[in-house]
Design a protein around this ligand. Sequence first.
Ligand SMILES: [Zn+2]
Length: 806
Amino acid sequence: MASRALSATRAALRPHKSGTRFLPPTIARSLSSTPKTLTPSGPLSARSSLVAASRPSGAKRNAAAAAFVPHPVVTPAKDGDELKELFDGPYLAPSAGLFAGQEGLFTYGPLTHAKALRPLTERTLLHVRAIVERIGRAPTAGPTELRLVVKNLDRLSDLLCGVIDMCELVRNAHPERAWVAEADRAYDRLCSYMNELNTHRGLFEALVATLEVEHSPPLSHAERQVALTFLRDFEKSGIDLPPERRARFVELSDSLLGLGRSFLSNASAPPVPTPPVEIPEAALKGLPPHFVDAVPRVKGVALVAPGSWESQVIARYAPQGEARRLAYVGNARADPDRVGVLEKMLAQRAELAGVLGKGSWAEVALVDKMAKTPSNVWGFLTSLADHHRTQAADDVAVLARLKAQALSGMDKPGDLPPLYAWDRDYFSERHVQNLAPASLAPLAPYFSVGTVMRGLSRLFSRLYGISFRPATPAPGEVWHSSVRRLDVVDEEQGTIGVIYCDLFARDGKPPSAAHYTVRCSRRVDDDDVRGDGLPEGWDARWGPGLETEGDAVRGMTGRYQLPIVVLCTDFGNDANRPALLGWHEVETLFHEMGHAMHSMIGRTEYHNVSGTRCATDFVEFPSILMEHFVKSPSVLALFAEHYETGRPLPPSLFENHMALQSSLAALETHGQIVMAMLDHQYHALVPGEAVDSTSVYTALQERVGVIPPVEGTAWQTQFGHLYGYGATYYSYLFDRAIAGKVFSTLFAADPLSREAGEALKKRLLCWGGGRDPWEMVGDVVGGAEGEAVARGDKRAMELVGGWYVK
Ligand SMILES: [Zn+2]
């Protein structure tokens, strides 16, 4: 079970959704029915520097001088030219000095070597235990201590996440095995302690007591929000159950972990290879002879293992429909064992929901989401499906027309053959070939990494008055020589955070894009560390921790630890020229930077609601919004230019590429809607009810889908996100709908409008998770519609379902 009161769940402890980018519906992907991938995120902390180098090779960052001093007003870098140089210039050869420096990783003093994670872990545990005891005593320690429970829980969470989240980044990105091993060790140890705390009665009871008492002055809105977030997470852990039900809860949770693992490994494995799919040799006509010759045959029948490369080639490229059909059915054929694992998982989730006193797993999962209830989600999805079905059917008609041509050799409009599941990829491929002439020049030469980073800085400076300033990492501060450090500079507030960019692929690094929160924003000057009751010199044996005294921020009371994030991508690189990005990579960089800016701007008093620590069905909104900006001609005009000639991107070239991108997009989106509906229906199961997952899927395809279901298949066992998302797969579509609406409301007229940027910043981004997202979205949308949306009820969900998503 995923809930963890002190975690991370929404931001740190486990692979975190904001880290991930769903793949957009491009042509390449519209050909595939596989779900999108998800990736992790993590956290860390460091002191933000005051004096930033304006050139990568120039001035040294002065970390010591950086902290604790109000930042001067800094003029934004000269429109980002040095950014281009930073990312497009030749890389230094990796040097040992980068990894073993006196500054420590992220300029954390203690982290000069991998083994330093051990004393840090022990120190963190000691300190956290002291805070746990302190909170436990609070209900009988007088009004001041009781009042401090929220703050102390937040501090406790920050202490643990500060190390865990940093270790998550190191585990994934550090090239040295010693660091990875030590980070794994620290991560496991601290996570297991955190899991204990998630069911800690003393913490829970103190929190309940704090919420029940009248404080003077009353708890602030933010304090209450933070407290309720903790409370909901505790409740999800079954903390308040009577002993017998609690025992059953633990039993089911353990069992579900095992079932989840089996389900995921089934979902990512090819189908069982036997028996092979039998395809009459004649049906392979039209495939390249060398391919056909290599396929094993017995008496004129080709024998192909389902899920094998050969089988996939046939399913996609065989001109004969019969061959495609046989291969398709083989690849998705129902496997009773795998179906059994899924259905058992769904039934146990429902039972666990019953133990918690809820009507379904969806009810459990949605309690802290914008959507709130299963019927709200269903209202949203049906509204969305209604709006998209016609467009998806139009896409199907395009493909059916190609099929008609292929069958009869001529186009007979109005009399289209049915389009089957095994036709989709084949005719999509043909459609793309028709649209994309070989003469279409590529876009990548207009998007060197440095050009795009410069464009991002220019965009943020127009919208928010915020720009990036290159800073030279101190020795030991970064984990690889290609990692670049950017200080994020607000024209009024000075440095507001740090973004490390680890953009290039290398051996051992995950092949995906992610945003890791290494350190969250939090107010630190009012921490009452003395009250933790630790004896003088308690940490002498372990050395210093990662705490900072914080920085003053103009316009805010107190001192704050500044956010630190890492962007990881796996772009290819070439020693002889700048790294050039394909369109999908440009979108990815914009997307991840949307998360990073949410972390930078969402600076709250409390760690637990800062930046991307908001409802998980809202967290993708700021990043998806960036995908709208990147497609806008006036934004592209800010930066897209040929890396050799400096020529701006020709609008017609871009339009041709976008036409290609968006073709068949409605069909892809409709497929996503059906998947979200399936996820919803499976998790709406009531306790004790059995589910026939195949007939639910078949019925859904018949009712909502635009391509008929295929007998004998059970694709649902390949839908791995049913485990990780469990009733929240609608989230990405939901955030796409909101992003489309917000972009058209605020930025359609002028995507570079400072006024609109400020509105978004002040009404939404700066709040992180500290304000009801419905209120924020309603505020941004404005008018009667905004008011209706701000209510966050069923009607609001349906309204969002009617917003543009394609
Ligand atoms: Zn994302």
